[in-house]
Write a protein that binds this ligand. Structure first.
Ligand code: NPW
Ligand code: K
Length: 514
């Protein structure tokens, strides 16, 4: 389409964003969408797939197991020189995968032994065990210590209770471990450890990875994780109702620059300025500007506006009363919280909601809603860290996803539960896990930068969940870049300075969501 044919967006309107590439849940998802490479499968999802596979063809479950074992064997052949391998097998189908893997490696000339942690129980595991013609050794820490490589095929998705001390001692004695599906003892849905768990070098997942591969403490036990395609038929995976994704570009798409852009079509972000911590509001405003909004403004009471006016020259400072500002154009998107006292938030936030603004609630606004989450109802996005979350909703439980999901559904807002793995939960149950970040982001003001970035993504026209996901990724990418340029120790201003580069990187990434 030539420039002449393009319709200019009206002033004050953002250009419509492109449709989501990969991440929709049921709502708005075209029929027959292929399973996103970013999808994360819960244990229940795998059970549903397994049951559907069995219904589709009685031979299919065995084929899937053959492919799973083969994927594990090929992962080992790709990354390790031939060595003495001990495959520890459990009673279920995870064990079944292990017997297949052992057979394939042995056929390739590797020295392979099997050690059954428990005898095979499922029909498939029994069948695969029966085909094993190689050595079987007793399940003992000594056997694990003597092996050059141990394959963990003891428990995967079927882990239902803490692992026994015998199993824990076995893996503790192993030097190098490759796990199938999950390291034994890691809960695939929550990343919680069910007993003592050894650290693996690699984990091969099947079809897609699991939330537990990305959530602490389990994430640290998995080593390098990879999902192998095992021939799950498209009839099952296409349109599969996934509820959880890895947060990467492709799950969302920010608008690219356009010849007909102006500062208003790019989006205007307004930030509430408080009286005692002006730096936080300035960082949020700078986060908004650097992440690509067209204009960022701070609303301040006249007595405290001087400090904002002495801030960066590109920031516009408004001193009219909030109610009057809200009658003006370009006042839809607000960041309310950074640098606000709870009582200040309590006078501003309800006025913004009353005017049907699209609000990011952070810091002071979250403190104002202490033990009363319904005060936040109507906000588009909440951005609590664990402490703020606990003050509003109660402590984050061991199931971080479930905690965020419940909070989002309770108040009807997107909840960004910040941490090593940031959980972005929508009220309809969609969840994204972000690990595209760095511990270097744990510095004062970093959260203020994030809330401004969410403001930009909302003002760009993204729906709240997609906007929150995009902002969290941009913030993580900017943090990584800032850490790299600052010897690992960036401050909030360094993160701000990298947001433009982060946005450029996100644009390049959108064509390749995997
Ligand atoms: N679609 C896919 O993704 C595919 C998945 N595949 C593979 O299937 C695996 C899932 O298989 P699965 O359901 O048989 O579960 P699995 O983990 O082998 O163990 C269950 C057994 O362990 C037992 N048990 C549990 N905890 C225990 C404990 N602490 N201590 C002692 N016992 C314990 C449990 O006992 P129960 O709870 O019934 O009493 C039950 O007997 C999956 O991880 C993947 O590797 C592939 O084959 C191909 C396609
Ligand atoms: K395992």
């Amino acid at each position: 389409m030539s420039l002449g044919q393009q319709k200019a967006p009206k002033a004050g309107e953002s250009r419509p964003t492109q449709p989501l590439a990969a991440g929709n849940g049921e709502a708005g998802r075209p029929e027959g969408q292929r399973l996103s490479p970013l999808a994360l499968l819960s244990v229940a999802d795998s059970r549903v797939m397994d049951a559907q596979a069995e219904r589709l063809s009685s031979a299919l479950p065995e084929e899937l197991m053959q492919h799973a074992g083969s994927a594990g064997a090929h992962e080992i052949m790709r990354h390790y020189a031939p060595c003495r391998v001990l495959v520890a097998c459990g009673p279920g189908n995870n064990g079944g995968d292990g017997y297949v893997l052992a057979r394939i490696l042995r056929a390739q000339g590797w020295r392979v032994e099997i050690t059954p942690a428990l005898p095979p129980q499922t029909p498939l595991a029994r069948a695969m065990a029966a085909r094993w013609k190689g050595a079987v050794v007793p399940f003992s820490p000594q056997a694990a210590a003597e092996a050059e490589l141990v394959v963990d095929a003891v428990f995967g998705a079927g882990l239902s209770r803490p692992v026994s001390p015998e199993v824990a001692a076995f893996f503790a004695a192993a030097d190098r471990i490759v796990a199938l599906d999950l390291p034994t003892g890691v809960n695939g849905d929550t990343g919680q450890l069910m007993g003592e768990v050894a650290r693996c070098e690699r984990t091969v997942a099947f079809v897609r990875r699991r939330p537990g591969h990305f959530l602490l403490p389990g994430a640290e036990k998995c080593g390098f994780t990879r999902a192998a395609e095992i021939g799950m038929p498209a009839r099952i995976t296409t349109g599969f109702p996934v509820r959880c994704w890895r947060n990467e570009p492709g799950l969302w798409r920010l608008p690219r620059q356009h010849p007909l852009d102006n500062k208003y079509t790019r989006g205007v972000v307004n930030v509430c300025g408080g009286t005692v911590m002006p730096g936080a509001a300035l960082l949020a405003t700078e986060g908004a500007r650097r992440s690509g909004c067209g204009m960022a403004r701070i609303a301040s009471d006249p007595a405290h506006a001087g400090v904002f006016r002495n801030g960066p020259p590109g920031i516009i400072v408004d001193t009219a009363p909030l109610a009057e500002l809200l009658t003006q154009p370009h006042r839809k998107y607000w960041v309310c919280g950074p640098g606000l006292l709870p009582q200040e938030a309590g006078t501003l936030f309800p006025v913004l909601l009353e005017a049907h603004c699209c609000v990011v609630a952070d810091a002071g606004t979250l403190d104002w809603a202490r033990e009363d989450p319904q005060k936040l109802r109507g906000a588009a996005v909440l951005t609590p860290h664990d402490g703020e979350f606990a003050r509003v909703f109660g402590p984050v439980g061991p199931d971080r996803i479930e905690s965020a999901r419940k909070a989002a559904s309770l108040v009807g807002s997107v909840v960004v539960l910040k941490g090593y793995t940031t959980v972005i939960a929508a009220p309809d149950g969609r969840v994204a896990l972000n690990v595209h970040a760095t511990p270097a982001l744990a510095t004062a003001g970093s959260g203020d930068v994030l809330s401004g970035t969410v403001g930009t993504c909302l003002a760009a026209g993204l729906p709240p969940w997609e906007a929150a996901c995009a902002a969290v990724w941009l913030h993580g990418e900017a943090g990584r870049r800032a850490a790299w340029s600052e010897g690992g120790w960036p401050i909030a201003e360094d993160i701000v300075a990298q947001l433009g580069n982060a946005r450029g990187t996100a644009e390049k990434g959108t064509d390749d969501p995997g």
